[in-house]
Design a protein around this ligand. Structure first.
Ligand SMILES: NC(=O)c1ccc[n+]([C@@H]2O[C@H](COP(=O)([O-])OP(=O)(O)OC[C@H]3O[C@@H](n4cnc5c(N)ncnc54)[C@H](O)[C@@H]3O)[C@@H](O)[C@H]2O)c1
Length: 341
């Protein structure tokens, strides 16, 4: 057997902990070290896995023997560690989105293109079972060609208010709109050529979080398909699921309908409340982390180890960024924006 891939993790918050758990337990990988600007977080995770911990990733990347880097810093803080890893010729598993600034996107495309390494962004709906099954049927041609689609992916207000501390430096577009654009582009099997978007702000600003409340966008694909998207951070906390997640794709010979929220598929009623436990995203089964958000990390490790193509090609994640920049431009200008590739 080949030597396991040696990983370090940058960013030891919720998602960095998921990276660390999978890198340290998968037979094809090992965890070499972790880093967080918050030295207490780095120390806590480093001690948990008995690996060295750092508060400066340049120091870690220079000192440790490693093959690949997991980046799980906040949305706006992916570009610098990405460039630091790529310039040292290390493979990268990056949380979504790839970057949030146009200049950083061009720099990343150039650097990845010349560094001889492989990068995948964690667009993990590509491991989300209903989408995987629908995509297979679309590939097999049974449903015909996609004509029009709809995707609503919103969060309850708890997410920008409490779950993440950096909501004002990101937006629902980066946080969930990135998944929406990736999922729709993947299901249509096509690139977006034009967007028309509108946004509204005020509810979160009034509560001291300076970010957009909601984006609604129309995406026109190159082969003629059209889709409507909705990404908001203002769903009331009483919503039974963190996400309100709905998807519909009408095709020339059929239709796909996916409702990953507000269903009564699985409910547990106790004396004073009803719960909808997670069984799709990150559930534990007999202690083992399962669900699509862990499968994407495992799949990255396995394909990197075997030298196989990634499920999310780097180019697709770059294209997601181009669409998101166009959505922001369109919502700002109040007019459609064409995308050039
Ligand atoms: N794949 C998904 O669907 C999914 C789900 C949740 C989060 N995420 C993404 O994962 C990333 C992290 O999210 P999270 O929920 O873990 O956030 P978090 O706030 O829990 O953790 C981020 C950590 O990064 C650290 N950090 C910030 N700047 C750093 C730097 N320059 N160097 C080292 N560490 C730094 C922070 O101190 C913090 O501990 C985000 O981009 C988020 O969008 C992805």
């Amino acid at each position: 057997m080949k030597k396991p891939i040696s990983f370090v993790v940058i960013g030891c918050g919720t998602w960095g902990q998921a990276h660390a758990e999978i890198f340290s337990t998968h037979p094809y990988s090992r965890l070499a070290a972790v880093c967080d600007v918050d030295s207490k977080r780095a120390e806590q995770l480093g001690r948990e896995y008995s690996v060295p911990y750092y508060s400066n990733y340049d120091e870690m990347l220079d000192k440790e023997e490693l093959d690949a880097v997991g980046i799980a810093t906040p949305d706006f803080a992916h570009a610098a560690p990405l460039m630091a890893a790529v310039s040292r010729h290390k493979h990268v598993f990056c949380e979504k989105p790839l970057v949030t600034e146009k200049d950083d996107l061009e720099r990343a495309v150039e650097a990845v293109g010349t560094a001889g390494i492989r990068v995948m962004v964690d667009y993990h709906n590509r491991w989300n079972v209903p989408f995987v099954k629908a995509k297979k049927r679309l590939r097999e041609g049974e449903l015909g060609e996609p004509v029009n689609g709809y995707m609503r992916l919103t969060d309850i207000q708890w997410v920008p208010k409490e779950y993440i501390s950096w909501a004002a430096k990101s937006s629902i577009l980066w946080f969930l709109g990135s998944h929406t654009v990736d999922t729709l582009s993947w299901m249509f099997g096509d690139r977006v050529r034009r967007v028309y978007a509108v946004s509204r702000s005020g509810i979160l600003k009034e509560q001291g979080i300076d970010t957009v409340d909601v984006y609604m966008s129309i995406l026109e694909f190159e082969k003629g398909g059209i889709a409507q998207t909705e990404n908001g951070w203002i769903t009331p906390d009483s919503n039974p699921f963190i996400n309100d997640f709905k998807f519909n794709l009408l095709c020339t010979k059929g239709m796909v309908n996916i409702d990953l929220s507000s269903s009564n598929f699985f409910e547990i009623y106790s004396a004073d409340k009803v719960e909808h436990p997670d069984f799709l995203v990150k559930p534990r089964v007999y202690g083992k982390p399962t669900g699509f958000s862990y499968e994407s990390i495992r799949d990255f490790i396995e394909r990197l180890y075997r030298g196989e193509d990634f499920v999310v090609p780097f180019e697709d994640s770059v294209n997601v960024n181009r669409v998101l920049f166009a959505i922001i431009d369109s919502a700002t200008k109040g007019e459609p924006v064409e995308i050039s590739y």
